[in-house]
Design a protein around this ligand. Structure first.
Ligand code: MN
Length: 237
């Protein structure tokens, strides 16, 4: 039975979990997370390797629970129910403001900062979901599926089309691209997403991965970098 006293702080039937938050470079303050959105198919070479045509479709959006985020370089436990866990290194955008039906200018002005993250994917479950036209939740939205670096505020993050994004696994280069290879820009992604959802301060958007996705396993060390941002290094256990 839920017990709620009037005119006092809410009483819960158990202690609510702490709000998910992300460290910010050069600050003691944490970025409080609202929702986590993701873009599929945003680099032409990755669309091609997955068997699609990069120019034929609008961006594919999906989401993960905020609790999928992993911060501080904490180790990731190899998930249940897969034999094919894939890495996807991605630029991550965080929002300081939101709204619906944003213009490109409004979208750009809503960016708080940037980070590098991994969109872990249970590729075997995704393949079954795609084959049968089912949702991607079990392939994408599982526990610890979204490791993320600390956030660099946009004013301190000199990103450009030439900015390199890389992923090394056990010291071996697996993914490498420049941000200019993204099909949809950060502002375009935010503007398009705002036509589907009312965006809020605290929203986190994974912006898609370049080619080179592949499996990882227990014992692997991942090192993700975007020039000018704090790198992300963690182990899978
Ligand atoms: Mn992805």
């Amino acid at each position: 039975m839920t017990i709620k006293k009037q005119s006092e702080a809410t009483t819960y039937v158990f202690t609510p979990p702490a709000r998910v938050s992300i460290p910010v470079q050069g600050s003691d303050a944490q970025f409080p997370v609202h929702r986590v959105y993701c873009v599929g198919r945003n680099y032409a070479d990755h669309v091609a390797e997955m068997g699609g045509d990069p120019k034929s479709e609008p961006p594919v959006f999906f989401s993960k629970p905020a609790t999928a985020l992993v911060t501080g370089g904490e180790a990731v436990r190899y998930p249940q129910a897969t034999q094919d866990l894939h890495h996807e290194v991605e630029l991550v955008v965080t929002l300081s403001d939101g709204g619906r039906d944003l213009s490109l200018e409004q979208a750009a002005a809503n960016v708080y900062g940037y980070a590098v993250g991994i969109d872990f994917t249970r590729r075997d479950l995704q393949a079954v979901a795609k084959k049968h036209g089912r949702p991607w939740d079990t392939a994408k939205g599982f526990d610890q599926s979204a490791p993320i670096s600390e956030i660099t505020p946009a004013m301190d993050a000199p990103l450009s089309g030439d900015t390199r994004i890389t992923l090394h696994v056990n010291g071996e280069l697996r993914q490498e691209a420049v941000l200019g290879q993204m099909i949809w820009s950060v502002a375009e992604i935010i503007a398009q997403l705002s036509q589907l959802f009312e965006l809020r301060a605290g929203d986190v958007i994974y912006t898609g991965t370049p080619a080179g996705v592949a499996a990882v396993d227990r014992g692997d060390t991942l090192h993700a970098e975007i020039d000018g941002l704090t790198a992300l290094t963690f182990d899978i256990v």
